[in-house]
Design a protein around this ligand. Structure first.
Ligand SMILES: *Cc1c(COP(=O)(O)O)cnc(C)c1O
Length: 375
């Protein structure tokens, strides 16, 4: 490995960098709050963000949340999901933690080699009389095989939920992924393509569920001012909504810049034996949320990670370990299924730095360091 003659970067490069509006834009946005004294509880900023997101996603039902994880938990409550839920181990722990915390049993299904989303051909074998739903993840913004999933769900009368935390702004044939399945969760965490600092949303086509979503996040209080559900508190504040209103104005530009970063990486790494990148599938408008690279052959994921780290560049072993292989699941879900493809991907994948402000020089340094790590 000949990385010693390359000097480490003076300023560290992390795997992601939160997008922010200018200080002035945010200050202008929050100014009105000092007149209204309306800080939270579905105020004007919150309501404007609901409307803007509903337009952006072209979906009638949008309910905002304090974060994506609580949105997931409320989704499971609102649909009264019970028993077993078939899901993927190749995701952030939040997905399956939500299931377990709501008293459900996660049943781990293997993923597809090409895009790392749940493999529909392996779902049917996992269905029992206790199965009530499928919780799939558009991992890295890669759209799941929604048609195959929906066919299985119809056959066995299961609900279909999407953890779309990575997929804000992703379109399939011009339609937002928010329209897929019974319901989708988006995360607006600081590290996501679109952020409200902390935040999230539930989205679905069926407006009949909106009342339940709104009640569950506000102590169960329904539109008739009755406490009709066993709710908690997961409301989005005005300051978070204001950040969202600002960031949404720049989102298309943000994704366009990320696309340029992706293309530069793809030019530098795309035709190398032992390096697998994921390109957007046909009919997909991608959001370039992450830069996952699968290393095999002459490349070793951990070695690539270490050579980057020596240069002050911090990639992430994302997702490693599999959710099913984390300490809690090893102890508490001992009968979990073997998912060989997910295990292979978790052992060999690395997310390289990906954000709109990543400079061409920095990308080139990363590409060179990756290529040299195989020497
Ligand atoms: C970020 C993330 C979540 C949780 O979202 P928060 O807004 O951070 O609570 C859930 N699932 C996946 C796949 C995520 O990446």
């Amino acid at each position: 490995m000949k990385t010693d003659n390359i000097t480490p970067l003076k300023n560290p490069v992390f795997v992601t960098r939160s997008s922010m509006p200018s200080f002035k834009e945010y200050c202008d946005e929050i100014k009105g709050i000092w007149e209204s004294h309306h800080l939270t509880n579905m105020g004007p900023k919150h309501n404007r963000l609901v409307q803007k997101l509903s337009e952006y996603l072209n979906i009638p039902s949008v309910s905002l949340y304090a974060n994506g994880h609580l949105a997931l938990e409320n989704m499971l409550e609102a649909y009264k999901v019970s028993g077993e839920v078939i899901t993927t181990p190749f995701t952030f722990v939040s997905t399956t933690n939500a299931l377990v915390r709501k008293g459900l049993k996660p049943v781990f299904c293997d993923i597809k080699k090409d895009d790392y989303t749940i493999d529909p051909s392996k779902i049917e074998a996992l269905i029992t009389e206790k199965t009530s739903a499928i919780l799939a993840v558009h991992v890295y913004g890669h759209v799941c095989d929604d048609q195959a999933i929906s066919d299985i769900a119809q056959k066995y009368d299961l609900k279909v939920f999407y953890d779309a935390a990575h997929a804000f702004g992703v379109l399939k044939k011009g339609v937002s992924v928010a329209a897929l399945g019974d319901c989708s969760m988006f995360s607006f965490h600081a590290t996501k393509v679109f952020n409200t600092i902390e935040g999230g949303a539930l989205c679905c086509r069926e407006s009949s569920m909106l009342g339940a979503f709104d009640a569950f996040k506000n102590f169960g209080l329904d539109a008739d001012k009755e406490y009709s559900e066993m709710g908690g508190n997961a409301k989005m504040s005005e300051f978070h909504a204001a950040m969202g209103l600002c960031n949404l104005r720049h989102l298309d530009e943000e994704i366009e810049k990320r696309k340029k970063v992706f293309e530069r990486y793809a030019d530098g790494l795309g035709n190398t034996e032992g390096i697998k990148l994921c390109f957007p599938g046909e009919g997909i408008t991608h959001n370039y949320a992450y830069m996952p690279v699968l290393f095999t052959g002459a490349f070793n994921r951990d070695k690539v990670f270490d050579s980057l780290q020596k240069l002050n560049i911090f990639a992430r072993k994302y997702f490693y370990p599999l959710t099913s292989d984390t300490e809690w699941y090893k102890i508490n879900v001992p009968e979990r299924k073997h998912t060989p493809i997910a295990a292979f991907v978790a052992d060999n994948i690395l997310c390289l730095p990906m954000y709109s402000e990543l400079s061409s020089d920095e990308i080139d340094i990363i590409i060179n360091a990756v290529l040299r790590s195989a020497e």
